[in-house]
Structures are given as C-alpha cells and as structure tokens.
Design a protein around this ligand. Structure first.
Ligand code: 5AD
Length: 424
C-alpha cells in the first residue's frame, strides 16, 4: 500500500513539473513515506528524519513532507509531530495526497484538471514522465477494521472501506492506455473487497473484469486472510489466464494457542487445509506467507509448531518479523513482551535458514526449464528484470526484449530468492 501511495505521490509531483533527483542532497522537495507496522520500521524513520534536519539546515529552502502511518489520520497527532519535528513543512495521512495538492496549488504549481479535483480518494492516477511503469499497485480496499491483537494498521489507516469498482476499473483502463501491463489490487484483507458496500461486486468479479481490460497482461492481488479467502476467488484464479497463480496468505504462527491470542480466527489445521485446496485446484500456485516470531507467551514448543508448519506447507516466500509492541494494540496493552530479543532473533534465523535451504533445493530443479516473465525494467548492465507468474524475480542475459513484453526464458542459474535466465 505504501508502494501505491508513493507511486501516486511521484506522479502528482511530476505532473506539477518536478523531476526526480538521485540524491536527496540535490532535492528542492523531499517526501518521506513512513511505515510503523514494526518498531524497526519506525526507528528507521527517525534516523532518516534526523538526516533531513541536516539537509534543511544546509538548505533552508528545502521543503520536507512526511507521509504515511507515522502521520496517521488524527489531526491532533499532527500537532505533536509538528512540535517534535519542526523542520517538517507538510504532513500527509496514509493514502491521502490532499494536503500535498493544496500545497502545490498554493505554491502556484500548475496541476492538470483531473489532478486538481478536490477528491479525498481516489488518489491521482499514477503517470510518470521519468519512465514507463509496467507494474502499478492499485488500492481496492482502504484501511482495515479487523482487530488482530498485535496490529497497529487499523489505528493508523482507519476503517475498512472499498473503493467503488467503477473508479478502480476506470483507473486501470487509463493505466493500460499509459502502457501499464500488470496491476496489483491491494487491500489489508483484499478478499473482503466489496463486503462493506451493498450492491458492489466482490473480489473474484473485480479481478475478472480487471483481467479483461485490453493491454493488461497480468493481474495480482494482495493480501489474503486465511479466514476470508473464498473458493470463488481460487476458482477465478484457476480459470483466468491473466490472473497470476500466486497467493499471499499470512499465517503469522503455527501454534493454535498463539493464533487464538492473536485473534486470527483460524487454526493451523484450517490453514493447511486451505493451502491444500489451493494446490489441488492450481498445482503451479506459488505461496507467500508472513510469520511473527516471539509473540507474547510464545514458548519454544509453540515456535517449533511454526517451524514444522512451514516445512509442511513449504511456502515460496516467508516474511519473518520479530514481534514488537505497537501503540494502542490489544497485545501491547495486555500482554508482556516476554520473549527476549536474542530469542526472537534466534527463531527468526532458524526460519530464514530453513527457508533458504528449502528454496535452494527446490529451485535447482528449475535450471534448464522454460518460464514466462513480464519484462519490467532494463538494468544498467543491460540485463532484463521481470518475474515469473509465481513472483520469482528473474534476471535475463542477452535479451533485447522491452519492458512490458511477456517473454519465455530458460533458467541458467537458480538461487533461493532469484533466478538467472536466457531467452528460450
Ligand atoms: N510486530 C511484528 N510484526 C508485525 N506485523 C504486524 N504487526 C506486527 C507487530 N506488532 C507483521 C505481520 C504482518 C506484516 C505486515 O507485519 O506479519 O503480516
């Protein structure tokens, strides 16, 4: 979602006539988008903000904007930030570019009429003079109304709210006309698309209509919740060629006691059954999941259940986070953060090492095989970069394909997290 917000901001700035620079030192305008889902992400922001204070000191004309979940949606919190970071000029809540539009208009930057419109949402269409975008993230469900006990997102991004499908589809038609070839539909629980809006189509239909738009070669969606993903969604992926067979379904833990304490609404067996069902319908499906290690009360035995679940389910990617208490969340108010940092790190490394070994072994079988990739960028070395339908990054040597082309390539090298290939 932050990627989507950043793409929109970049488009807005470029349509106001600003151009990207490689080094923040040379910028006249600086915008920092922020994530606070974990303490580590938040700490990174403070480090970067201290650096921007130096830049402002050297160049008092520099305009600095802060966006995203650190800013949040509650105005009096902005005052606190203003006091704490007096060198920041502008504060933008997550997914809300209105303050930036207002600022640009105030400063006399000419905005195209559709950008100047006084809409809160949707944000402006991504467009980029600095380069052709092949993949664009498109928000479908904003905010989140669920109450996983560890998660700060509902407090930072506000209530769940589906964008009208007519807006989403119009935006994607426009993107396709601008050369975009892949769209990723987004929601904190994307499977819930339309459920908050009577009469609205649901996610499987939204995906089918997206896939039918001329020019759109690939469609993805994230993130799914194990309790909300539906058989209709799996069926849509199985039967629609443009819908990539890739599922991002965070499980968070393999212990039923921890899943209950997280209030996730499913147990480990439910998750295994769900994945088995997906693979029965779509044998080539890729799977990514998220794990939190060191949730309050997680014993060694409970962690072992997570580790063995990961071996049984064998995801193609695991995003592993160490638990950190987040402000206002239920777990931070009621449960002691009682797993020592060193133990969290030990558990993280165990999962990561197992993943790396398993994927090294699994991918070795891909060498010599042909895969299809959508070329996204050309590296300075001339290598083409793209991804397989199941989201593995591929670097292609000796190819003259242009960004936006679907090509078949033969894998010449395979590591745990990327592949190298040549034209097939
Ligand atoms: N501590 C650690 N990880 C967290 N995540 C969300 N909240 C926390 C937290 N308090 C992780 C989850 C989620 C991902 C986006 O971040 O795994 O899926």
């Amino acid at each position: 979602m932050n990627e989507a917000d950043a793409q929109r901001v970049a488009s807005l700035l470029e349509s106001a006539g600003l151009h990207p620079v490689a080094d923040a030192k040379n910028a006249a305008f600086l915008l920092i988008n922020t994530c606070v889902v974990r303490q580590q992400a938040e700490d990174k922001i403070y480090k970067r903000l201290r650096y921007t204070a130096q830049l402002k000191h050297r160049n008092p004309d520099l305009v600095i904007a802060l966006m995203g979940c650190l800013v949040g949606r509650i105005p009096h919190e902005h005052d606190a930030l203003r006091e704490r970071f007096p060198w920041i000029d502008l504060f933008l809540p997550p997914s809300d570019v209105q303050p930036l539009k207002a600022y640009l208009q105030e400063q006399g930057f000419p905005l195209p009429p559709d950008m100047a419109a006084d809409d809160f949402l949707p944000a402006p269409l991504p467009r980029s003079q600095s380069g052709q975008r092949i993949v664009v993230h498109v928000p479908a469900v904003m905010g989140c109304s669920h109450a996983c006990t560890y998660c700060v997102i509902p407090y930072r991004r506000g209530r769940e709210h589906s964008r009208p499908s007519a807006d989403i589809l119009a935006e994607i038609r426009s993107l396709a006309g601008q050369g975009v070839r892949e769209v990723v539909l987004l929601g904190q629980i994307v499977d819930r698309y339309g459920l908050d809006a009577p009469g609205e189509i649901l996610l499987p239909e939204l995906l089918r209509q997206t896939a039918a738009i001329p020019g759109i070669l690939r469609v993805r969606f994230l993130t799914s919740h194990p309790a909300w993903i539906t058989p209709e969604l799996i069926e849509a992926v199985a039967s629609t060629p443009q819908l990539c067979p890739y599922f991002e379904i965070p499980v968070q833990a393999g212990s039923d006691a921890i899943l209950a304490a997280m209030r996730r609404g499913y147990n480990a067996a439910d998750y295994e059954n769900l994945i088995a069902g997906i693979r029965a319908a779509i044998p080539q499906a890729g799977l990514s999941t998220d794990i939190i290690v060191g949730f309050p009360g997680e014993t060694d035995a409970m962690f072992a259940e997570t580790a063995t679940l990961m071996e049984r389910v064998a995801p193609d990617m695991i995003r592993i986070a160490k638990y950190s208490p987040r402000p206002l969340t239920w777990s931070s108010r009621h449960l002691p953060d009682d797993v020592p940092e060193a133990e969290k790190e030990r558990r993280r490394i165990l999962l990561e090492t197992a993943l790396r070994e398993r994927l090294t072994h699994k991918h070795a079988a891909l060498v010599g095989q042909a895969v299809e990739i959508l070329v996204e960028t050309i590296e300075p070395s001339g290598r083409r970069h793209g991804r397989t339908p199941d989201y593995k990054p591929v670097f292609v040597d000796r190819s003259s394909a242009q960004p936006g082309e679907l090509i078949r390539v033969r894998v010449t090298w395979a590591g745990p997290f990327s592949l190298i290939a040549e034209p097939a």
